[in-house]
Design a protein around this ligand. Structure first.
Ligand code: S3P
Length: 170
């Protein structure tokens, strides 16, 4: 039985690499954000708007455990998942944790064009976005670094780069 938790900052490529790896390894793929949206019939932005971040984190914790009951699965977590409650302990005990490491510059490039769906980033100017990424990484790295494995997520822009990362993760 294999259970993998893929963690890392927003824009680190958890969904992209997670999907490709799960397919190659014959694992079920669960994106925790999508799972939450499906279970609650609401977008992440709506949950943040209605329940605030703390309400979202409660839901996220509960559904992390629910998704973590699956076997032979790869779960791509939200960027904040490892940093709340005892989620990191839980994941390390329930399966293998993999941290997808990406520099602030690359995260900025990716997030600049993909911030609308992410309530924590919506409406930020370029300067605010860069400061948010740097500050966020500083706070979150102590959690991310507790993962069992670490892999660079810098090069995930093309099919061949994704395939190469899948090979490294295997
Ligand atoms: C968040 C990351 C998002 C989502 C939510 C909060 C975060 O997931 O869970 O918007 O706190 O970093 P992605 O990392 O998949 O964007």
């Amino acid at each position: 039985m294999r259970r993998i938790f893929l963690i890392g900052y927003m824009g680190s490529g958890k969904t992209t690499l997670g999907k490709a790896f799960a397919k190659a390894a014959g694992l079920e793929f669960i994106d925790l954000d999508w799972y939450i949206e499906e279970r609650l019939h609401k977008t992440i932005s709506k949950i943040f708007a209605e329940q605030g971040e703390s309400g979202f984190r409660e839901v996220e914790r509960k559904l992390l455990h629910e998704a973590g009951d699956f076997e032979d699965v790869l779960i791509a977590c939200g960027g904040g998942t490892p940093c709340f409650f005892d989620n990191m302990d839980y994941m390390n005990q329930a399966g293998d944790t993999v941290f997808l490491d990406v520099s602030p510059e690359v995260l900025f490039r990716r997030l600049k064009i993909a911030k609308t769906k992410r309530p924590l980033l919506a409406g930020k100017s370029d300067q605010e976005l860069m400061a948010f990424i740097i500050g966020g990484l500083e706070k979150r790295l102590p959690f991310y670094s507790r993962a069992r494995y670490c892999l660079s997520g810098e090069r995930l822009e093309s099919r061949s780069q994704i395939d190469e990362s899948v090979r490294l993760l295997s």
